[in-house]
Ligand binder design. Structure first.
Ligand SMILES: Nc1ncnc2c1ncn2[C@@H]1O[C@H](COP(=O)(O)OP(=O)(O)OP(=O)(O)O)[C@@H](O)[C@H]1O
Ligand SMILES: [Mg+2]
Length: 322
């Protein structure tokens, strides 16, 4: 082994040891955001829009957290603050226990922006090769990683070597997703990963995100597609007017506490009207569970309530206020 390679290996081992120490320090939270606020100022420096207000989020390893909300509710702004791309007006973010701009936090994070600008004359393979170069990945390792990622996002075959400028929106999105996964990140942030994808692509996208979670990676994704979030997220936060209006595990959020469903077996249909006391008196075994409503109904309810409380309506592109 030449001296340079040896040094590289040593640096990697050292980084891993330090990463482990970070995880121990933080009680294993990958993301910890508290009290985030973002005020955008106008040309004269006067506060103009409160885009995000009092947003706190946490994600542990293996969790797929969905950030849901209408247009202009502050999802992308929150994501950019979490990644250290925008400085919060107030509040704090820790990634792996580190400030989000720290190189050791960045090295373990992948990001798909809402709009990714790809160089139109480069092919997906060349685009990924370029970023692999920026990450300092050695050639052979980069080539096999890129081939694997192109396969994973469904861009293997001829598409891998066609200029991105010729691509449809959905195909370009796939290149962006592959790019976000290039550095084998433990924390993957996807701002509307499936926008522009057709139903087949969406399904593949869902499987991919689920797979990332199953591999123990932590995912934070924003989405407008509730069915998609419902299928892949372990936890969701619903933003409206820049604030988190509801947050928790899907099963907890969607469980209707105002309703109980009886499942009765061994009972003749005509006796069903007699209800529970009589069910048991009749010798039936009664199982009780709580029926769930759909995420879509729940989402619309939360957004409507937020609108009634003076925040932006679902179609209004306003933040928390001015
Ligand atoms: N650079 C900026 N300057 C001024 N206002 C901004 C800026 N970026 C975002 N905003 C405002 O902040 C609010 C939140 O925007 P953000 O992009 O975070 O919403 P979003 O939830 O991601 O919306 P979408 O679903 O449309 O992507 C909006 O009112 C938006 O107009
Ligand atoms: Mg956005």
């Amino acid at each position: 082994m030449d001296a340079e390679k040896k040094k590289e290996t040593e640096t990697v081992t050292q980084a891993e040891t330090e990463a482990k120490k970070d995880a121990e320090k933080t009680g294993a939270a990958v993301l910890e955001a508290t009290g985030l606020r973002k005020t955008f100022r106008d040309f004269w420096g006067r506060p103009r829009t409160v885009a995000v207000e009092s947003v706190s989020l946490r994600a542990s390893p293996g969790e797929v957290v969905g950030l849901l909300g209408p247009n202009g509710s502050g999802k992308s702004t929150t994501i950019k603050m979490i990644l250290g791309l925008l400085r919060p007006t107030a509040g704090a973010v820790r990634l792996f226990g580190l400030p989000p701009g720290a190189p050791r936090a960045r090295a373990r994070t992948g990001y798909l922006p809402e709009l990714s600008n790809l160089h139109r004359f480069l092919t997906p393979r060349e685009t990924l090769g370029y970023y692999a170069g920026l990450f300092g990945m050695p050639g052979p390792a980069a080539r096999s990683r890129i081939a694997e990622l192109l396969r994973r996002v469904g861009l293997d075959g001829a598409a891998a070597d066609r200029p991105v400028g010729e691509f449809s929106k959905g195909m370009a999105r796939r290149v962006g997703i592959a790019q976000a996964l290039l550095n084998d990140p433990e924390f993957v942030v996807l701002d509307e990963p499936t926008s522009g994808l057709d139903p087949v692509g969406r399904r593949e996208g869902k499987d991919l995100v689920r797979g990332l979670g199953a591999e123990g990676r932590t995912v934070l994704l924003s989405s407008h597609l509730l069915a998609e979030a419902e299928d892949v997220c372990t936890r969701v936060a619903i933003l409206a007017g820049g604030r988190v209006r509801a947050e928790g595990r899907l099963s907890d959020l969607l469980e209707r506490r105002d309703a109980v469903r009886f499942t009765a077996t061994g009972l003749a249909p005509e006796r069903a009207a007699d209800f529970r006391a009589q069910l048991e008196a009749a010798g039936a075994a009664v199982a009780v569970d709580r029926p769930a409503r759909t995420l879509e109904n729940y989402f619309l309810e939360i957004v409507r309530e937020a609108g009634a409380a003076g925040a932006s309506a679902p179609d209004a592109g306003r933040g928390a206020g001015t």
